[in-house]
Design a protein around this ligand. Structure first.
Ligand SMILES: [Fe+2]
Ligand SMILES: [Fe+2]
Length: 316
């Protein structure tokens, strides 16, 4: 999805009236053109007007400047220049930009390694500004199938992981596992992933293959943790059995997969995707706690409740 040699950023992740440490390019008629030269500044008004015009999605940085961009964002996050609510947006939009080009990367090991510091920054932020978690959720359905969904599942999972008392290293692993839980969808045909309306039986069979596909992809790369593999392979298992692909139950299911089972369903139910109308958060939770409850680890379900309650309270 990214233009070769470049990655997309949102202009709103740049701070106004401060010299930029990198060139910013724009995509015009399929051509990459220098837009702001390194060392130049951009005004707040210009950022806002351009952002409104095209959602800032055609602005690019050279991949070679990725580290400079990461430093730039880190400095802003550590500074007192922005209130926490704006930091949340900045972190969300820059993380999405950095992850976009990793998300379809055929070198999964590299994608996981490079995603780790992004997850780590998200954890630090959630720890330092717990009330801002809601602002990290993209709630956007504009992506093809998995991109924003995976990011949001990752944020909810980090919240849940924190609620059950996981430490930083475990949280990092959980964040990564959640981010790549639907990796196997790479091997599901796009016309099935993007189909508007219900899937037929045969299409469902293919869609339900994605946990196996995910494990297969992960197994092709060395040195990937069991937790990441389990979240990918077991996130459609059900607490009392009857899920897929293995039909395992309870403690047989990896704890991270039990977490993703919850956060995945919650996000799918509450976000507008191609195939559904979003449910209200309270309705989704009631359904998960009611008719669907046997699917989930009761302790995790309780923790999910507390996370969402906290988020809702802060959003109100
Ligand atoms: Fe899935
Ligand atoms: Fe998913």
């Amino acid at each position: 999805m990214s233009t070769n040699g470049y990655f997309r950023i949102r202009l709103t992740t740049l701070i106004a009236n401060k010299p930029l440490p990198f060139n910013v390019y724009i995509l015009l008629d399929q051509k990459v053109i220098l837009y702001i030269k390194e060392g130049d500044t951009i005004s707040k008004e210009k950022i806002q007007s351009l952002h409104l015009k095209d959602s800032g999605e055609s602005f690019l940085l050279a991949l070679a400047d990725k580290e400079k961009y990461q430093h730039y964002i880190r400095d802003l996050m550590n500074s007192d220049l922005l209130p926490n609510s704006e930091k949340a947006t900045l972190l969300k939009e820059s993380s999405i930009a950095l992850l976009e080009d990793l998300f379809d990367n055929p070198d999964v090991k590299k994608a996981l390694d490079e995603s780790r510091p992004i997850i780590s920054n998200l954890i630090d932020f959630i720890n330092s500004a717990p009330n801002e978690m809601q602002n990290l959720i993209t709630l956007s359905g504009h992506d093809f199938y998995t991109y924003n969904h995976s990011f949001d599942v990752s944020i909810y999972s980090l919240g849940l992981g924190q609620a059950i008392g996981l430490g930083k290293t475990e949280l990092e692993e959980l964040g990564l596992s959640s981010l790549y839980h639907d990796l196997g969808k790479r091997l599901v045909p796009l016309e099935i992933l993007c189909k508007k309306g219900a899937l037929d039986d045969n299409e469902w069979v293919q869609m339900r293959m994605h946990p196996q596909f995910g494990l297969k992809i992960l197994n092709e790369h060395g040195n990937i943790s069991d937790a990441i593999k389990a979240a990918c392979y077991e996130h459609h298992e059900s607490w009392t059995g009857g899920g897929y692909p293995q039909g395992i139950s309870k403690q047989e299911i990896h704890p991270f997969a039990r977490i993703v089972a919850l956060t995945d369903t919650y996000d799918a139910m509450t976000t507008q995707r191609s195939y559904n109308t979003p449910m209200k958060p309270a309705d989704a939770l009631n359904l998960m706690n009611g008719n669907l409850a046997q699917r989930y680890d009761p302790d995790m379900l309780k923790a999910m409740y507390s996370v969402l309650f906290k988020m809702k309270k802060n959003a109100a």
